[in-house]
Write a protein that binds this ligand. Sequence first.
Ligand code: PRX
Length: 655
Amino acid sequence: MATIESVLNESRIFPPSPEFVQLANVSGPKDYQKLCNEAETDFQAFWAQQARKHILWHKPFTQILDDSDPPFYKWFSDGEINVSYNCLDRHLSTQPDKTAIIFESDDGEVIRATYRELHQQVCKLANALKTHNISKGDRVVIYMPMRIEAVVAMQACARIGVIHSVVFGGFSSKSLHERIVDAGAKAVITADEQVRGGKHHALKATVDEALNMGNTESVKTVIVYRRSGCEVPFDPPRDVWWHEIMQHTGTDCEPVWVNAEHPLFTLYTSGSTGKPKGVQHSSAGYLLGTMVSMEWVFDYKPSDIFWCTADVGWITGHSYVTYGPLAIGATQIIFEGIPTYPHPGRFWEMIDRHQVTTFYTAPTAIRSLIKLGGDLPEQYQLTSLRLLGSVGEPINPEAWMWFYEKVGRSRCPIVDTWWQTETGSHMIAPLPGALPLKPGSCTLPLPGIFAAIVDESGHEVELGKGGFLVIKKPFPSQIRTLWKDPDRFKKAYFPQEVAGGQYYLAGDSAHRDSEGYFWIMGRVDDVLNVSGHRLGTMEIESALVANPLVAEAAVVGKPHEVKGEAIIAFVVLKGDFPQEKDKVRIVTELREWVAREIGPIAKPEEIRFGENLPKTRSGKIMRRLLRTLAKDEEITQDVSTLENPAILEQLRQAH
Ligand code: PRX
């Protein structure tokens, strides 16, 4: 593992410049320490103070943390708010004409929306939802391209207390179906197509496929935004056009005040079993997490042009496109396309065109751009940038240095932010005006976040030793439960074996160096991180065995230069062992199959065939051996418990 070795050898330190420190919201280590001390002294009082400072309360809370039924923690639970009010209305008296969103389409068209305009759009759609009998507590699935309308759809739901569940536009009809059914959605909001990198991908047709798979009677309305104008199947009265319903509704919509704990959204993510988990977030606690991190980690200034490149289909797009930047009143970029179209300098060109100050992206994007044109950023000015950010997977020091030198011109701190769908907002990340950076480390926890590394029984390990990453005390933006599955929530995140279920178990391994800095090593469960996307190995295995040709399948990850991890599948076919001439065809067929079952992001990089899989005498697949085979390394592990050692040779040669 080149990445881990280079991380372990990393000793460079990059303090922020005096100019950056001087202007920073949290300026210098003493400011940071002061916040941490306040949180240490009384973490509830600390969070209450932040909640009063950042959120506009319709009804102020009197209770801070309700921990009477752990791990079902509640924050500010007798308070009332509306998240959309906090993101939009609050700015109408102070900065209605400030640009909220600068949108750039795939082919370069630029559209701007002010806070006033965004508010009007959101109110109109919220009113339209109401006329379709959608109200507080109902669920709406959003399957949209990365455009202003996706944000409008999410905010419109929030405005009337409707729980949204966004499904990434790259997921297949089957994945979409599974999420629609689990959520019991009353409506789906979609578009005719999405356009990325010059290519058109059907969305409405995929929604129709999903709705035809059964058990979807709950869906009474499908709202279709016209993106490309292509012909789509249309089935009124269920199907309605976005532009038509928006014509008939007013631009004012009273926000529906909800309890602080009212679910704002669910978002499905992969776990170690086959079925994706519906992570459920609260309204107030979640919003607070996004706002404090905008202030602390992104060091937000009113003059910033903020750009988070994540799609709203992922948690990063929820927290740092739809909610955090709007709540804090920022101007942000939304980009429909991909970094390499029509040329690999698109990101850098856009940073110059829109004078972006804060640029937040994923290591996988950085690595692919290095590959396509390592010196390309030199052709651009990039002088507007003042802060860079990274999220989604460990960033290898080589990519970090390139980002720092070539993009940030050794001027801009990089905030490497560790967090998860479940944590809702940043957990471990540098406050850039306060902490020196080390390439590859996400540095120290945010004030009020009590992160630690423990052994299997929950005891903290000494500095330098690896272990499980946990968060010891509740925090406002944390997951509340798994949608309709409280038992799974408890078992997955607060297992009894680890400190009696007191700690939030992240599912990552990590260690801390002599200064206490955190270094994330990767997942400890059967979850892969492919190009920053979380995928369960069991999910991909279930998809493979659903193919009529496949008898058995095991999926493991292998380090990959650009993607971080690549998916390798070991497959046993039902019939005879495939002949050489048939292998390519079957591999193509299975890859396409997985794309249809889950989505193109889950396509295995490599498929190897065997007559069997390496198993213990009790029939358990020995995955650690498969991981070694996938990396083409010599097997040095003990294979004495293996039922069928000869299979290793066959699988080694199988590609
Ligand atoms: O393994 C960690 C990795 O991504 C996982 C969370 O994935 P997801 O819920 O999809 O959220 C991604 C965006 C927040 C974590 O368990 N991860 C995320 N950020 C980092 C990271 N690993 C190392 N460094 C990071 N900065």
